[in-house]
Ligand binder design. Structure first.
Ligand SMILES: [Mg+2]
Length: 234
């Protein structure tokens, strides 16, 4: 296996970290829940923040009174329908927002000899790809771990590292893995793996709340490219 001493694997979350889809993901979820389960559960006051897609469906449909068995049985069909709706919703988004500095940061990390890029996201893989497609970022993230790999976000960094090992013959451990995200759940999964947690307060979680969850590094946004690169490579 290649010696990668000093090389970093940087794993990006998507929603709240890279972009905001203007609610397209939420709308697609809502429509798919209605179609497959006949109700949305208490989706109106329910936070998607930091949760994996299967976790969201399980929690919402549990609250709607469905048994875990029934939810599990309908899950595969649910994803097909959700992806169809997301495909319809994404082109309708007029306020798709890529957060400050993200495009430059991703391109720079991609071009840097000392880093490899990947995803760690609660989105199922097909959903993640649909969200990154309009901004042309899929090609920078050939590997990753997704909500359909595991409903428990804490497991995602390990799965991403394993995939990189299989596909690229490179091994990453501990703080050579950097989890980039926007919620306490991202900090938690970084801790679980022993990775470094680099957080950004561009999503729905405030700077102060993220600060209380004690990330290794915290930014208001990624507009100061030099500073962000320095902290990631440190
Ligand atoms: Mg997020």
């Amino acid at each position: 296996m290649a010696d990668i001493t000093g090389t970093k694997l940087v794993l990006f979350d998507i929603d709240g970290t890279i972009l905001y889809t203007g609610g397209a993901g939420r709308r697609a979820m809502r429509r798919a829940l209605l179609r497959i389960f006949g109700s949305t559960g208490p989706i109106k006051n329910y936070s998607f923040c930091g949760k994996t897609d299967p976790q969201i469906i399980m929690e919402l449909m549990n609250l709607a009174g469905h048994s875990p068995d029934l939810i599990g049985e309908r899950m595969d069909r649910f994803w097909d329908v959700y992806v169809d709706y997301l495909e319809q919703e994404m082109p309708r988004v007029h306020d798709l927002k890529v957060y400050p500095g993200v495009m430059k940061l991703v391109r720079e990390l991609h071009g840097h000899d000392g880093t490899m890029l990947g995803l760690q996201t609660g989105n199922i893989q097909r959903g993640a790809r649909l969200k990154l497609e309009p901004i042309g970022l899929n090609r920078y993230f050939p590997v990753g771990a997704f909500g359909d790999d595991c409903a428990d976000r804490d497991q995602l960094p390990q799965i991403a590292v394993q995939r990189v090992r299989e596909q690229c013959d490179r091994d990453f451990r501990g703080r050579d893995v950097i989890v980039v995200g926007d919620t306490p759940a991202d900090i938690s999964c970084a801790r679980y793996f022993g990775a470094k947690a680099v957080m950004v307060a561009t999503g729905f979680v405030s700077y102060e709340e993220l600060q209380r969850a004690e990330p290794d590094v915290l930014f208001r946004d990624f507009s100061d490219n030099r500073m962000v690169m320095e902290e990631i490579l440190r």
